[in-house]
Ligand binder design. Structure first.
Ligand code: FNR
Length: 181
C-alpha cells in the first residue's frame, strides 16, 4: 500500500549534511513510500498571540503534515539537543490542541553529525518531544549517523556502500512500521 511520508529536516543550511542524508533516504526507500521534504524555513517563530489567525505558512505546513500518513525527522544535534528550528516546527504543527497535525502519525528519527556520536542527544530529545505530539515512534533500528563526512562519496551527494545498506534497511523497517497503523 502506498504511503505518503513528510520528511522534516532540522537544519536550514544550504549544504546541510542532514538534507543530503534525507535525500538519500528518499532515494533508497521502498517504492511504495512517497517521501517529500516539507520545508520549515519560512514558518517564523511560534507565538500563541497569532495562533487564532495563523499565517498562511502555518496553515500550509499543518495541512502537509495532516495529509501525510507518516513523518520522518532528519536532524542535526545542536548543543547536545535538538535545534530550535525543529522544535519550533513541532510547536506550530501541534496547535491548537484539538488540531494537532502530528497526532497518530507513525514516525522515525535519524540524526546526522560529523561527530562520531551521531547526534545521540538530539535523537533522544526529538523522541521525547514527539511523545506529547502523539507520534508513535519506531524504536528500532535507531539511526545515529555519525562521521557523515566520511560517508559521502566524492560527488558530495551519494553515500558509500555501507551507509547505503544501513539506510536501505532502516527505510525497509520504517515502511513495515508505517503499515502497522
Ligand atoms: C553544532 N554541532 C554539533 N554537533 C554534534 O554532534 N553535537 C552537538 O552538540 C553540536 N552542537 C552544535 C551547535 C551549533 C549551534 C552548531 C551550529 C553546530 C555541529 C553540527 O553537527 C554540524 O554543524 C552539522 O554539519 C550540522 O548539520 P547540517 O547543517 O550539516 O545538517
Amino acid at each position: 500500500e502506498n504511503k505518503k511520508v513528510a520528511v522534516i529536516v532540522g537544519s536550514l543550511r544550504k549544504e546541510s549534511f542532514n538534507r543530503k542524508i534525507a535525500n538519500e533516504m528518499i532515494r533508497l526507500a521502498p517504492k511504495n513510500l512517497q517521501l517529500k521534504i516539507v520545508e520549515i524555513k519560512d514558518l517564523g517563530f511560534f507565538n500563541e498571540d497569532i495562533e487564532k489567525s495563523p499565517p498562511q505558512e502555518w496553515t500550509d505546513f499543518k495541512n502537509e503534515i495532516k495529509n501525510s500518513d507518516a513523518v520522518l525527522f532528519v536532524s542535526p544535534e545542536y548543543n547536545r539537543t535538538l535545534p530550535g528550528v525543529l522544535k519550533n516546527a513541532m510547536e506550530i504543527g501541534s496547535r491548537p490542541p484539538k488540531e494537532n497535525s502530528w497526532k497518530g502519525k507513525p514516525g522515525a528519527i535519524a540524526t546526522v553529525s560529523p561527530s562520531a556520536i551521531g547526534g545521540l542527544g538530539a535523537n533522544h530529545n526529538i523522541r521525547d518531544a514527539a511523545m506529547s505530539l502523539d507520534i508513535p515512534m519506531m524504536q528500532q533500528p535507531a539511526a545515529y549517523i555519525g562521521g557523515v563526512k566520511d560517508r559521502l562519496l566524492e560527488d558530495a551527494i551519494t553515500v558509500n556502500e555501507a551507509t547505503e545498506k544501513f539506510i536501505t534497511d532502516f527505510m525497509i523497517a520504517f515502511e513495515k512500521w508505517i503499515q502497522r497503523f
